[in-house]
Design a protein around this ligand. Structure first.
Ligand code: SF4
Length: 673
């Protein structure tokens, strides 16, 4: 604490945001008297350009808020009661180590499940010390599929995850198709580039069930029913193939599988696609004609279109468009998706191979905990993740965590909805308190983040805690990082130059191809034969109806409304969900509301066979008829009965990648009288 009468010193420290967002902003953090007073953007980053999202601006409220975990604690009351007793780190870690040992002795190490996803995308906070511990102990493995698994499978299958068009090249496009993403709230630094493109005359098309801010500015907004992006994309392929607009030269030279794709697209006339997707057939033709004749033309494939039973095939069909139409080879042409693979960084610092232990799809965690097939899970170690808020079938997840014979550890920064069910709670540092590496997956950037303040309370970094546990379990070997600083230095020493040397000297690495690769000029598919595989056999085998096979809408007369839960301007998935927010509402089209006698602000029940949520209604024509929407990542405190949209989401899986089918929730809504 500063002495009375002495002005506390103020400084600005530059670091980087490693949260699960495409942009990886460079941050200027103001620190006064050892406390963070402001988080803002740094002008050092030409893409994130001195401004950041409103979410991370509020990050000091997380660091110092009432929900911050300050010391280890052990459960005192019933599970879910949130009653804990403070203990020392030694006591907490000894208790966990003992549970690990007894789990191994009674059923095997695979009865332990590490459970994490995306609370940080940094190299140090995920898949380093944690992987050392869990791999060496031989726990079950987690398939991290709750997001990006279907799109990832499609991108890998078709292009081997080729580097894609970066934000800086959008203004070169003459036509931009934004499919299933809302950059106004996630990846906000794309917006100025889109504006520049529009100012230069680019024709913009948005596919989204909601009239997002970008959709309202677009030349064409196609409001597809959730889950029908696949037939819509196939109808554009049909037009390209059948009406003479496919680029035969490109297909012959650079692709395999065009004939199979053409066959799959053949039944999908504009009329038929329009009928299932609830849009105007003439609008689809207009988009297809414009796309066929415009160059450079860019398709931005988001993550919204993957969150349903057809999500993998839909992403594959969208990603296939530039290959069929021959849109590659020019700046601003091609496709844009995750650039996470652009750095070609193999985690060489992690020397332990992944053991072939049981793999558990995280979208099935509720079911695995309540109705195990094979050996039950008896210990769950949750970190970088809030499963109660983010996983499908919320009630089943909660029932699983309530199991008296389940030992649950939650290692987090704040008391999450999941931490309420923990047997042991461990306080974690935030990215303002530890080192990490922030890799952008929109722009191609890689930066080193540094601690700007001391750890708050007794919080410790992931490296510290996982290595401490590894020591207690006698698992450490020479070369393991002793702490966070050593882990950071090890990673730096293992990164190939110039990436490693750049980071050592300037904290920022120069990207390959200047960060602006032109597809089929600077970069090519990373498939075995360097060609685009438009019909990967492995994907065709994986999909229940075959690749590009459409599975019909799961709606029924009892539950006709499609419930979606898109990203919002309040949280990064569920991160920061503990902060106060305006009333969370269910968005309904006024016609759907009228039909049910629902007025603005009414408390409504939203239900299906899985569960029920009570929430206030907001009537808006911005949501497509037949679709209702509430934000993703909402915490239980934000609804009237403590259940969120996830309570209505089935734990069925997408056609590819084992992803979550959030947008396959079909519900009914009624006013609570
Ligand atoms: S969440 Fe995204 S926009 Fe916000 S500060 Fe982090 S990288 Fe920037």
């Amino acid at each position: 604490m500063p002495k009375p009468g002495v002005a506390p010193t103020e400084s600005t420290v530059t670091t980087a945001c490693p949260l699960d967002c495409p942009d990886a902003c460079t941050l200027n953090v103001t620190v006064r008297g050892g406390k963070v007073t402001k988080v803002d953007g740094s002008n050092d980053n030409h893409i994130t350009q001195g401004y950041i999202c409103a979410k991370v601006r509020r990050f000091p409220e997380r660091v110092y808020g009432d929900d911050r975990l300050l010391y280890p604690a052990i459960r005192r009351g019933p599970k879910g009661s949130g009653q804990f007793k403070r203990v020392t780190w030694d006591d907490a870690l000894d208790a966990i180590a003992e549970k690990f040992q007894s789990a191994r002795n009674n059923g095997g190490a695979e009865t332990i499940l590490p459970l994490c996803y995306g609370g940080s995308n940094g190299f140090l906070t995920q898949d380093y010390a944690d992987a050392i511990l869990f791999r060496r102990f031989g726990t079950s493995r987690l398939l991290r599929t709750v997001c990006a698994a279907p799109t990832g499978a499609a991108n890998l299958g078709l292009y081997g995850k080729m580097d894609s068009v970066s934000y800086e090249d959008y203004p070169d496009a003459r036509m931009i198709i934004i499919w299933g993403v809302n950059p106004s709230v996630s990846g906000i630094h794309l917006m100025p580039y889109l504006k520049e493109a529009r100012d230069k005359g680019a024709f913009v098309v948005v596919f989204d069930p909601r009239a997002t801010p970008l959709a309202r500015q677009a030349d064409i907004h196609v409001a597809v029913r959730p889950g029908t992006d696949l037939p819509v994309a196939l109808s554009i392929h049909r037009y390209l193939f059948e009406e003479g607009h496919a680029s035969q030269a490109f297909l012959d030279q650079h692709t395999n599988g065009a004939a199979e794709l053409r066959e799959k697209a053949r039944p999908w006339t504009f009329d038929k696609a329009a009928e299932v997707s609830g849009v105007d057939a003439a609008l689809l033709r207009q988009v297809a004609e414009r796309y066929a004749k415009t160059s450079p033309a860019l398709v931005k494939c988001g993550w919204g279109l993957e969150r349903n039973r057809n999500g993998g095939s839909a992403a594959a069909a969208v990603l296939a468009l530039p290959a069929v139409a021959g849109k590659f080879g020019v700046r601003g042409g091609g496709y844009s998706m995750s650039n996470s693979a652009a750095w070609n960084v193999d985690r060489t610092w992690l020397t332990d191979a992944e053991p072939q232990t049981r793999a558990i799809n995280m979208n099935k965690v509720g079911r695995i905990l309540t109705e195990p097939e094979g050996a039950p899970i008896n210990v769950v170690f949750v970190y970088n993740c809030n499963p109660v808020a983010i996983l499908p079938d919320q009630q089943r997840v909660i029932r699983g965590l309530e199991r008296e014979n389940l030992f649950t550890v939650v290692f987090d920064q704040v008391l999450t909805d999941t931490a309420m069910y923990a047997d042991v709670v461990l306080p974690a540092t935030t990215f303002l308190e530890h080192y990490d590496f922030a890799r952008g997956y929109g722009p191609i950037t890689l930066q080193l983040g540094k601690p700007v303040i001391d750890s708050v309370g007794e919080s410790r970094s992931n490296t510290d805690v996982f290595m401490d546990l590894a020591r207690r379990l006698d698992l450490t070997i020479e070369g393991d990082p002793a702490d966070d600083l050593e882990a950071m230095l090890t990673v730096l020493s293992k990164l190939p130059d110039p990436v490693g040397s750049d980071l050592r000297e300037t904290w920022t690495a120069r990207p390959p191809n200047g960060g602006r690769p032109v597809q089929f000029v600077d970069v090519f598919p990373k498939t075995a034969d360097k060609k685009v595989d438009l019909f990967p056999k492995a994907l065709d085998k994986q999909a229940p109806m075959g690749l590009y096979g459409y599975q019909v809408d799961p709606g029924t007369t009892e539950f006709p409304l499609a419930l979606i839960s898109p990203a919002s301007e309040r949280t990064i998935s569920s991160t920061l969900g503990e902060l106060s927010r305006p009333d969370v509402r269910l968005d309904l089209n006024p016609e759907d509301a009228d039909a049910r006698g629902i007025a603005e602000g009414d408390l409504v029940r939203v239900w299906n066979a899985l569960g029920e949520m009570h929430i206030h209604a907001r009537l808006t024509p911005l949501i497509k008829r037949g679709t209702v929407s509430m934000p993703k990542g909402v915490w239980r405190r934000n609804t009237a009965n403590g259940y969120t949209s996830n309570a209505l989401v089935p734990d069925t899986l997408t056609d590819l990648g084992g992803g979550a089918c959030f947008n396959d929730a079909r519900v009914e809504v009624a006013r609570i009288k």
